[in-house]
Design a protein around this ligand. Structure first.
Ligand SMILES: NC(=O)c1ccc[n+]([C@@H]2O[C@H](COP(=O)([O-])OP(=O)(O)OC[C@H]3O[C@@H](n4cnc5c(N)ncnc54)[C@H](OP(=O)(O)O)[C@@H]3O)[C@@H](O)[C@H]2O)c1
Length: 297
């Protein structure tokens, strides 16, 4: 793929989610890419033949990016077979289809493949041991890709939020306007990651892959670390809300799915390989809040 002058022909799965929406904006506005983005209506991951057909029939194709996934972490505890169909079986079909077409795949995975027991940030070669059903299905999807498609970039990321869709940021903005105090878990640590900065990292990787292929598993998270409570505090501060984030323990906020206490991801490898330098999570948050203000969200 060297010496290219034509735009990179990219097929994207998942358009309506946080990352899908950010990718549509980041890649769609960049004339170095010719993107086709398929929603669930056009490629339903519970009907893998639609994935196979889309990859096979694309007129020009250099790269596939997958932003579609089953992401309902708590619901997955009672719907693991459905989550597995979408996050593992469909991903296997996607990987096989890319291999048959001879194109690489950028796929997004999660910090929830780890159990969170490590005391330092996770590195890509640390042992995986998901604590919940969602994490198990995402890990199975990664394994399918490794088995069928050497030309892959698997990006494990954490705590995605955006001005689009339902997420922690939106919930905190709502609660922060309604209440004086919001109780938030303070013993899970990680880095909030803006869907937009993840999309920009994917764009940078897509361009690097076109010039010099480097494949494997990588971490991407915005820079720095905090707890959910620290994230909430910063949201209130930047949004000018008077609400106070009150720290509580995970044990005081029981959820169907267990979550890792340590979600911190070491991002040295992605920086060294692709030159991707994650912005501080606080500045990504400021950019997202500014974007929401601009669009009246
Ligand atoms: N959110 C997080 O905090 C987080 C953290 C770590 C990793 N990740 C990973 O990051 C990636 C992007 O997550 P996100 O936050 O953008 O997720 P999201 O907002 O929940 O979006 C999920 C996307 O997947 C699509 N989808 C769901 N079921 C589908 C199906 N059967 N067929 C086709 N498309 C389907 C959804 O389409 P509809 O709108 O039609 O349902 C939506 O476009 C995922 O791989 C996720 O596992 C997320």
């Amino acid at each position: 793929m060297t010496g290219r002058t034509a735009p990179i022909a990219l097929l994207q799965f998942g358009t309506s989610g946080q990352l899908g929406d950010a990718l549509v904006r980041v890649l769609g506005e960049d004339d170095r890419f010719a993107c086709v983005a398929l929603s669930r209506e056009r490629a339903d991951f519970t009907r893998p033949e639609e994935i196979e057909r889309a990859v096979r029939d694309a007129a020009r194709l250099d790269l596939v990016v997958n932003a579609a996934a089953y992401t309902a972490v708590d619901k997955a505890e009672e719907e693991e077979p459905l989550a597995y169909r979408i996050n593992a079986e469909a991903v296997e079909v996607l990987a096989r289809s890319c291999a048959a077409r001879g194109v690489p795949l950028i796929h997004v995975s999660t910090d929830y493949v780890y159990d969170g027991a490590k005391s330092a940030p996770y590195r890509e070669d640390d042992a995986t041991a998901p604590l919940n059903a969602y994490g198990r299905t995402k890990l199975a999807g990664e394994e399918m890709i490794r088995r069928h498609l050497p030309a892959h970039v698997i990006l494990r990321t954490s705590w995605i939020y955006s001005g689009h869709g339902r997420n922690f940021l939106k919930t905190m903005l709502r609660l922060g306007r309604e209440r004086d105090e919001v109780r938030v878990v303070a013993d899970q640590h990680g880095a909030p990651t803006s869907a937009m900065s993840l999309a920009m990292a994917i764009r940078a990787i897509a361009r690097e892959l076109a010039a010099s292929p480097s494949f494997g598993t990588f971490h991407y998270a915005d820079g720095g670390e905090t707890s959910w409570c620290g994230f909430a505090e910063e949201i209130f501060r930047q949004a000018g809300l008077r609400a106070r984030a009150v720290p509580i323990a995970t044990a005081d906020y029981p959820t169907p799915a267990r979550r890792p206490a340590n979600s911190r991801l070491d991002t040295a490898k992605i920086s060294q390989t692709f030159g991707v330098r994650p912005p501080a999570w606080q500045s990504s948050l400021a950019a997202v809040l500014a974007g929401m203000k601009e669009t009246g969200k």
